[in-house]
Design a protein around this ligand. Structure first.
Ligand SMILES: [Zn+2]
Length: 345
């Protein structure tokens, strides 16, 4: 639909984002060019040049435009009109986490609670999708309407996972939980249960309307429990259904750093939580991210690339995302916080 010579400019322009494009056009002007959907032009030569040709600079690709402007090409995910043009000009764009980097899913529900499939079925589906491990993180007793597990149930499930692991080859199932955070910041499972798990995620599923101060204090208190590894879907919002809770995310990110708790990017589409903006703040603070599907059915593992996209929009590199590690390296990282039961070879 457009001439080859202008294809890069058309693609750049029509795929946006608008704020980025406005800033890029201003930058082009400062360099003596004009940039539009019709191409990149030398500014001084209005209309026809002395040679009878227009001032169009051939830019068949986006890369050619950015290169001509003296910068690296910002990946599309981070073109939002903030500081990406400066970073591209100074050659300090991050090496964003490549799609397909996540090696294990650390939030998975099974038919023990509100998932549709057994632990074994979920493990097989994850393996088929190229993953090497998953953590079973069924809900806890506060969610009684979906048979949330109590302490005894979690221990019983752990034994079932140990037995399953002896059967599986090339795949590991971690004993985990999605432990509810009570309204007062205490946790729904006892410490003596949590300490026996490989992976402890915590999350808010109730008392959504506390004040910002109370809600933040509640979540930070829960994060300070030394058995906690990750805060799942931190703002607890459901797109189109429920507003996020009123949290001071700076305080939550500072607590994540202080208590060595990872923050989750929950890729389940109606969650998409953390947001890209909060993910970037976490990366800046040196907080570890986790990208999970929050799978409730085998096909939900397909959501993982959506979470990787949010991580990319948050300027995350591979090393910022905990579950890009192998199961062995993940457990070694977790062991630094507290010893775990499972041994990986
Ligand atoms: Zn949840």
């Amino acid at each position: 639909m457009v001439p080859d010579a202008a294809y890069g400019a058309a693609l750049q322009y029509f795929t946006g984002d608008k704020r980025h494009n406005v800033m890029l056009r201003e930058f082009a002007l400062s360099k003596g060019y004009t940039l539009s959907e019709y191409g990149l032009f030398r500014r001084a030569r209005r209309g026809k040049t002395a040679t009878g040709k227009t001032g169009l600079i051939v830019c068949k690709t986006e890369d050619e435009i950015y290169k001509r402007l003296g910068m690296d090409t910002p990946p599309p995910e981070i073109r939002i009109g903030e500081d990406e043009i400066d970073a591209a000009r100074d050659h300090r764009l991050p090496n964003l986490i490549p799609y397909g980097s996540v090696r294990g899913d650390l939030q998975v529900q099974t038919s023990w609670t509100d998932g549709s499939a057994s632990i074994e079925e979920m493990a097989k589906a994850a393996k088929k999708r190229g993953l090497a491990y998953l953590a079973v993180t069924d809900h806890t007793r506060a969610l009684a309407f979906i048979n949330g597990l109590d302490d005894k149930g979690v221990i019983r499930q752990g034994k079932a996972i140990d037995a399953l692991n002896t059967k599986l080859t090339g795949f590991r199932v971690l004993k985990g939980t999605e432990c509810d955070i009570h309204a007062d910041g205490t946790l729904d499972l006892k410490d003596e249960t949590l300490v026996r798990l490989d992976w402890v995620g915590i999350s808010v599923h109730s008392a959504f309307r506390q004040s910002r101060a109370a809600q933040t204090a509640r979540v930070v208190a829960a994060m300070s429990n030394p058995n906690v590894d990750c805060l799942f879907h931190p703002t607890a919002g459901l797109i189109g259904k429920r507003e996020p809770i009123d949290l001071d995310m700076d305080a939550v990110i500072a607590a994540a750093k202080k208590y060595r708790v990872a923050l989750e990017i929950d890729a389940y589409p109606e969650r998409s939580d953390l947001s890209a903006i909060h993910a970037r703040a976490a990366v800046r603070a040196g907080v570890m991210l986790v990208v999970d599907s929050d799978a409730h059915a085998p096909e939900h593992f397909d959501f993982l690339p959506l979470g990787e996209a949010i991580a990319r929009r948050g300027w995350a590199t591979k090393k910022d995302v905990l579950n890009t590690k192998s199961a062995k390296d993940l457990m070694a990282w977790l062991e630094k916080k507290r010893p775990r039961g499972s041994v990986f070879t």
